[in-house]
Structures are given as C-alpha cells and as structure tokens.
Design a protein around this ligand. Structure first.
Ligand SMILES: C[S@@+](CC[C@H](N)C(=O)[O-])C[C@H]1O[C@@H](n2cnc3c(N)ncnc32)[C@H](O)[C@@H]1O
Length: 379
C-alpha cells in the first residue's frame, strides 16, 4: 500500500475516532482515576490535533473542554504536563476553539497554574497557551459564549459574535473588553432587572452588553458617537439577529454624543447601562447629564469600570452633588471578570426620591433642571 493511501486511511480513522462516540476522548475517561487511560486518551488527542486533516468542528462538538480544564488540577505532574502541552497545541492553531476556551475562563485557570507550578515544562507550555488565548486580533470576529455550557453538544446557552475594529480607527471602542464581558454575564444572571424594560446603553462600543440586554428586555437602544462605531454596532446587531429573534426585535442602534447631542427620549428609560464608560475626567459631567436626562424618576443606571480608570471620583461627585443621585459603588465580584488583573467597580445610581418632575415629559434635552429637589420645590 502506498504511503499516501496509508495517510488517507489514518486520517479517516482519526476523524471516525472523534465522531464515533467520541471514543478516544470521552469525558468519562478524562475524569476517571485511571492514569494510563488518561494518558492514552491524551496521546490520541495529541495525534488527532497534529493531523492536518482533523476537523476542529468535530472536537468542538464533543463538549470536552471542561473535562480537559479540570485536568489542570490533577495531582499527577505527568498528566498536568500532558494536558498543558495539548492546550498549547490547540491554542496555537488559533481557531474558534480559542474563543470557546476563553469563554470557559481558560485564561484564568491557566494563570492559576502558572502561579502555582514550578515545573519548567508546565510553565513554558502554559505561558504559550495563555499568550495565544490573550491575543485579540484587530478586525477579527470575537465569539463569546455565555451562560451554561452544554457538555453533550459543546454549545453555550447564548453565543454572541462581535466584529472587532482597530485602535487607530475607533480608539478604545476597538475590542471587546473583559469588563464588558463580565457586565454581560451579570446582565444574564439578573434577567428580572431587564425583563419588560426599555433600556438605553451609553458608549456601547461593539455592543456586547446591549446585545445581551436585548435577549431579556423589551427594547434596548445601543448608542455610541462616531460613525464608524455606530455602523459596526449596526453590523453586530445584524450578525447576531440571524441567530436570535429576541435580538432582532429588541436591539436598535443610534448615534449619541454625550457632549453635544440631545438625548433620544428625555426621562424615558427605566434602565440605563454603560460598561467602562467612566474613563475620562473631561467626559464624566456630560455622561452624568445624559444619564440624568434619560432616566425615569425610578429608573436605575448600572455600570462597571476598572478601578484604575480616570474620573471615577469626579463622576460620583457630579452624580451626587449636581444631579442628586444616590450612588452605590461596590466591588464587582471577581467571578464575572476572572481574566482582568484589575479590580472592577460596579455602579448603581438612582435618582433621590425627593426629586419630583416639573413637567411629565419634554422633547428638549437642554433643560437639565427638569427635576428639582422636592424640598426646594416646596419652598
Ligand atoms: C472603554 S470604551 C467601552 C466600550 C464598551 N462599553 C465595552 O465595555 O466594551 C468607552 C466607550 O465610550 C464611548 N465614548 C467616548 N466618548 C463618547 C461620547 N462623547 N459620546 C458617546 N460615547 C462616547 C467610546 O466610543 C467607547 O465605545
């Protein structure tokens, strides 16, 4: 038999081995206490990954990745060496599997190993895998898996695709930020806040948070300010609308520059969201003004910002002193943002109860004194 034919047969076997009962890489074997069986399975997986004809899609469908990540904590150093080598080989391929691994917090789990291991082989392969996973290529489409991960079919409860841009074109709006992903996870864990509500998103960037809100709320108006960001936001809504009718029905996009535009609907939105929008001292008063003018009397602004961002104290002071909000700032739980090295604040801002409307609605956004303190109104 010719070498070529042998290779073809080997390729076929490799594909069949993955697709038939996922026989070489069952989760059960990886989770067993049988070290030999685990090594054999990883050997086969290694060969399969190195085979140029292997179809990555088939591996994706096995839903094997959580079981693989669990092996990073195995007490047997040989197994740990073996699994990180496999992660290195997989992540170097830079396929959609990297997005799946990122969505399963692989970066964080590998970083914990990097901090705790003294084994040179483990350290080298782990560092390479982390580097590959952290790579965030401009203009690439970032796929973020959210909610439950189904180990039977390798699907997440929700999947969002986001077209990324380049810093030179749109500044800080170019990529999907970890705090944005974290805020999105928080949204999906708190559906009661969004269900039936009209939501406004400020500084949406590529739109990850607004898209997630669109899965839950009645409507969400996603806004940002440059034409390029706004057109990409529209594209991202369109791309995700194919998969989700909820997004198609709920998500709308509009330009809104906090420094000069009138707010779309004054005192109208029950929920306003903004992730990483507090970052520039010169913008915080404009931002606070838009929140003040857009929120209903009993509405709430929810947002996050890395604690190192500029303008956070100024934003809080302006919201409290100028616009009479109650501002609650808490530490955003690390589980929402496991990949960031920075701590993150979570903002919850409500209008003080003693604010009463002077007029029930207004088409003008210029009147930032629409709401007065009740005590002064009574005098
Ligand atoms: C750090 S990015 C955060 C983007 C997105 N929310 C996220 O978490 O990925 C800040 C966002 O604020 C937007 N922004 C900056 N200045 C603005 C302005 N004057 N009016 C409206 N949006 C603005 C930027 O375009 C950018 O999308």
């Amino acid at each position: 038999m010719s070498q070529k034919r042998l290779q073809e047969i080997s390729n076929q076997i490799s594909k069949i081995a993955i697709s038939n009962n996922h026989s070489i890489i069952t989760k059960e074997v990886l989770r067993s206490n049988d070290k030999d069986a685990i090594h054999k399975a990883l050997d086969k997986l290694n060969n399969w990954i190195n085979n140029p004809n292997s179809d990555i899609k088939q591996l994706e469908q096995t839903g094997i990745f959580i079981a693989m990540l669990e092996l990073l904590n195995n007490e047997d150093i040989e197994i740990v060496r073996h699994i990180v080598l496999i992660f290195k080989l997989l992540t170097l391929k830079d396929t959609i599997l990297n997005e799946i691994l990122r969505s399963l917090d692989a970066v964080h789990k590998l970083e914990l190993l990097l901090e705790s291991s003294y084994d040179p082989m483990v350290l080298e392969d782990t560092a390479t895998a982390i580097e590959c996973l952290r790579r965030c290529t401009p203009y690439s489409i970032r796929r973020v898996g959210l909610g439950q991960y189904n180990e039977n079919n390798g699907q997440f409860q929700w999947t969002l695709d986001l077209q990324q841009l380049h810093y030179k074109d749109v500044g800080v709006a170019w990529r999907v930020w970890d705090a944005g992903i974290g805020f999105t996870r928080w949204i999906l864990e708190n559906p009661q806040i969004f269900e039936g509500k009209e939501v406004l998103e400020l500084g949406a960037g590529l739109g990850i948070a607004g898209l997630a809100a669109g899965l839950l709320c009645q409507s969400v108006l996603m806004t940002d300010y440059t034409p390029k960001i706004v057109s990409t936001l529209r594209e991202n809504v369109k791309m995700n609308s194919v998969r989700s009718k909820l997004i198609r029905d709920a998500c709308k996009v509009a330009p809104l520059d906090w420094t000069k535009d009138k707010v779309p609907k004054p005192f109208h939105y029950q929920v306003i969201i903004g992730t990483e929008v507090v970052y520039d001292v010169n913008l915080v008063e404009h931002l606070a003004n838009v929140i003040h003018q857009s929120l209903t009397p009993d509405g709430v602004f929810y947002g996050t910002a890395a604690t190192i961002r500029r303008g956070i104290p100024e934003f809080i002071k302006c919201m409290e002193d100028k616009f009479e909000f109650e501002v609650k700032v808490t530490d955003f739980p690390k589980r929402f943002v496991p990949d960031t090295n920075f701590d993150t604040y979570f903002f919850e801002c409500r209008k003080r109860k003693n604010q009463i409307p002077l007029a029930s609605s207004s088409s003008s956004s210029d009147d930032s004194n629409q709401y007065l303190d009740q005590s002064s109104a009574q005098q």
